[in-house]
Design a protein around this ligand. Structure first.
Ligand SMILES: [Zn+2]
Length: 71
């Protein structure tokens, strides 16, 4: 049974494959059928189909809770 990953904007994803710059952590900036992530190492942004991204994710580091402030 496929597991559905709960990804939210602001989460940091650890991918199985590192970016060419060597960084494995990416910040989620936009969600949809395509997910936009930014490499924490070099700051480049990538857009991946969600299905493909879910397969590439090794671990999700949830965004720090800042929801007490308005937003
Ligand atoms: Zn990078």
């Amino acid at each position: 049974m496929p597991q559905i990953l709960k990804i939210c904007t602001g989460d940091v994803l650890e991918l199985k494959k590192p970016h060419p710059c060597g960084e494995k952590l990416f910040t989620v900036v936009r969600l949809g059928s395509d997910v936009r992530i930014i490499c924490k190492g070099c700051g480049r942004d990538l857009t991946l189909p969600r299905v493909k991204l879910e397969k590439a994710v090794k671990k999700i580091h949830p965004a720090p809770t800042e929801s007490s402030s308005k937003g």
